[in-house]
Design a protein around this ligand. Structure first.
Ligand code: ZN
Length: 131
């Protein structure tokens, strides 16, 4: 039953989308998952309305971590920072579509962690400036 998803994950792992860092970049962030040795470096270019114009990334590690990055990051183009903020752990798990144990979960969620840390670090979200 998981075969379709496994195929998709392997396809993204073997042929990652949007690979290659952007320069200059408005968002530039990288992080490791020491448990597995995964690494993801994400760069994002925004337009004047804080909408993602382009995205590029580099990484190494297991199939789950790299496929998760490839699948997630290619969907970012055209999204606003506000929309990025709403992407949840569940969205990533739904996107991957396979059952993951606790170790693999860290691999799967590294892409989201890098994205959120990078995006949150860039700018205050609307309504949060007053805090
Ligand atoms: Zn991993």
């Amino acid at each position: 039953m998981d075969d379709l998803y496994r195929e998709l994950i392997l396809d993204h792992y073997r042929n990652p989308r949007k690979k290659g860092l952007l320069s200059p970049a408005d968002i530039d962030y990288e992080e490791d998952n020491p448990v597995c040795g995964d690494h993801i470096h994400l760069t994002i270019q925004l337009d004047e309305n804080n909408v993602v114009r382009d995205v590029g990334w580099e990484g190494e590690g297991c199939a789950i971590s790299q496929a998760s990055a490839s699948m997630l990051y290619e969907t970012l183009i055209g999204k606003s920072l506000d929309e990025i903020r709403k992407i949840s752990k569940d969205d990533i798990l739904e996107m991957l579509g396979i059952e993951l144990g606790p170790v693999r979960l860290k691999c799967a969620l590294l892409s989201l962690k890098v994205l959120k840390a990078g995006a949150y670090g860039l700018t205050a979200w609307p309504g949060e400036e007053e805090d």
